[in-house]
Design a binder for this molecule. Structure first.
Ligand SMILES: N=c1c2ncn([C@@H]3O[C@H](COP(=O)(O)OP(=O)(O)OP(=O)(O)O)[C@@H](O)[C@H]3O)c2ncn1[C@@H]1O[C@H](COP(=O)(O)O)[C@@H](O)[C@H]1O
Length: 113
């Protein structure tokens, strides 16, 4: 992994801290507080919308738009994790556990059960 990417991954951790800190803030001044106050279904809907918008931008080959939509998707996913009470660290831990395991091998092992 390149150093600039490692540095920028810190931004995701910072974002998660900010989202947690927005709990209980005024929905008048914080979009995050507004989303959190609207509950899990609203947050989940936003993730679905942003995921589709990112996918469409990718299919169109519009990388500038994909960058914006992917950032929206990360943000809304972090909000969804927060409202679900699931720490981002747990998701990163799950990804870490998968490092070194081929997705094809993992899928094949599932079929044997
Ligand atoms: N990264 C983001 C971020 N990405 C996208 N958005 C907002 O997400 C919304 C998505 O756009 P839409 O057009 O889908 O929104 P909309 O139609 O108004 O939304 P709904 O009516 O469907 O709720 C916009 O209002 C964006 O500004 C974000 N809002 C906040 N953050 C981060 O969260 C921090 C805290 O923000 P506040 O909670 O607003 O203080 C910010 O400093 C940023 O770091």
């Amino acid at each position: 992994m390149t150093d600039p990417l490692r540095h920028r991954l810190d931004v995701l951790a910072e974002l998660a801290d900010t989202v947690t800190a927005r709990k209980g803030a005024s929905p008048e001044i914080s979009y995050t507080a507004k989303l959190l106050s609207q509950g899990i279904e609203k947050c989940a809907k936003k993730v679905g919308e942003e995921a589709i918008e990112a996918a469409l931008a990718a299919v169109k080959g519009d990388r500038d738009h994909l960058k914006l939509e992917a950032a929206d998707l990360f943000y809304h996913l972090v909000v969804l994790l927060e409202v679900s009470g699931l720490p981002l660290a747990d998701v990163m831990g799950e990804l870490e556990k998968r490092v070194g395991t081929s997705g094809i091998a993992e899928k094949a092992s599932r079929k044997q059960v």
